[in-house]
Design a protein around this ligand. Structure first.
Ligand code: ADP
Ligand code: ZN
Length: 372
């Protein structure tokens, strides 16, 4: 079944399609009759190695000329150096203003290839083929592109909407477990801030005997998540207002990532921990939310003991340098109730201390349970 979500932006709308095997269909429908064009592909090296046959077969089948650039895997590729190499590659192959750039990979590929598409010749058509669960439900939707700077992550970039997003779930067959769990955090975030159904839709992640890789519910789950993200982005494309709700758990998460080093704690692990902290802080400010709804997923995360030993003082200090911060206070996204996010500005150190204590203890406890 081919699922379709219309993503609306100020510049118009584009389709996000979800389905098994839809990558080939999409290329065929879009380009089989336009032989004159050359496609430019930027592909994550791992994805190329794992899915080369399928990608090459499709391109041969539609008989179109193409040039490909293989992007080394990992966050380090979100660099000025890689961005420049992609630009060199595009210009050396005589890219034209209407030549399509197709980004095939996870969030890293989408971000850096997207930024190249946004900047070369002042912008060429961009197509996202997200291959990680995280990229399918989150980073491919919303038009953020960019690279990192030595001073911090995602400090250079632009809002640049793609012409289409094609989430082909066949790519997920090779995705490592830790990347599935990485994506799960953002999925739980959508459940918490917008769509309660998503909590029950994610139950299959907890069923030990069910292989989530082959779960039939994954396509509908991805569709629901894209609807949440697209809905919020449509209301606030340039992140001036409610798009901030998508940062639920993230102010805490960024502080943790910074402290741990980005290699040791994945974004998803940090966001999960951050959401626990935000949930606890919500309850401390007067909400009455059942923490078990998130806590029960903690066993899926292999956060190690190191995390518990992080100095909370330092984590709190890191939070105040979050680029999303405005004014003198810590700016948190909390919940009045499930699906009722609000912005809470605070300088209450005890509140933050308690929230961190609870979150770190919870992930630490689940780490111990895992070792048994
Ligand atoms: P994210 O999508 O989580 O932002 P990345 O783009 O860095 O992050 O992708 C995470 C890792 O998963 C990278 O090592 C990448 O090479 C790998 N990867 C991406 N897609 C797939 C896939 N379909 N199968 C296996 N590995 C993949
Ligand atoms: Zn995130």
């Amino acid at each position: 079944m081919n699922r379709n979500v219309k993503v609306t932006t100020n510049a118009g709308s584009y389709p996000a399609q979800i389905g098994s095997g839809i990558f080939s269909d999409f290329l065929e429908k879009r380009w089989s009759s336009s032989k004159a064009e050359r496609l430019f592909l930027v592909i994550d090296k791992n994805v190329w190695n794992l899915h080369r046959e399928r990608i090459e077969n499709t391109l041969q089948h539609i008989d179109i000329s193409y040039s490909k650039y293989l992007l080394p895997e990992g966050e380090k590729s979100k660099s000025f150096a890689e961005w420049e190499k992609i630009i060199d590659f595009l210009l050396e192959h005589q890219i034209k203003r209407n030549s399509p750039l197709i980004a095939i990979g996870g969030g890293v590929t989408g971000d850096v290839a997207g930024f190249a598409a946004a900047t070369v010749l002042r912008g060429i058509p961009l197509f996202h083929i997200p291959t990680t669960l995280l990229a399918m439900v989150d980073s491919s939707i919303g038009g953020k592109t960019g690279i990192n700077h030595s001073i911090g992550k995602n400090l250079v970039g632009s809002f640049y909407q793609p012409s289409a997003v094609i989430a082909d779930t066949d790519f997920l067959s090779t995705l490592p477990d830790k990347e599935w769990i990485n994506g799960l955090s953002e999925i739980l975030k959508y459940a918490a801030i917008r769509n309660d159904e998503i909590f029950s839709d994610t139950n299959f992640f907890l069923n030990r005997n069910a292989d989530y890789r082959n779960h039939p519910g994954i396509e509908l789950l991805i569709e629901k998540c894209i609807r949440v993200k697209a809905g919020i982005v449509a209301e606030d494309e340039l992140e001036k207002g409610i798009r901030a709700y998508l940062n639920f758990g993230h102010t805490f998460a960024h502080a943790l990532e910074k402290e741990a080093g980005y290699q040791k704690v994945s974004h998803g692990e940090a966001v999960f921990t951050g959401m626990l902290a935000a949930l606890h802080a919500s309850n401390r400010t007067g909400s009455d939310l059942n923490e078990i709804r998130l806590e029960r997923f903690a066993t899926l995360y292999s956060l190690n003991q190191v995390i518990y030993s992080f100095p909370i003082k330092q984590l709190i200090k890191n939070m105040s340098t979050d680029k999303k911060k405005t004014g003198a206070n810590h700016r948190l996204v909390l919940l009045k109730d499930w699906q009722k996010p609000f912005i809470h500005e605070t300088d209450d150190n005890d509140l933050l201390q308690d929230a961190w204590n609870y979150a770190l203890q919870t992930v630490n406890k689940s780490g111990k349970l895992k070792q048994k």
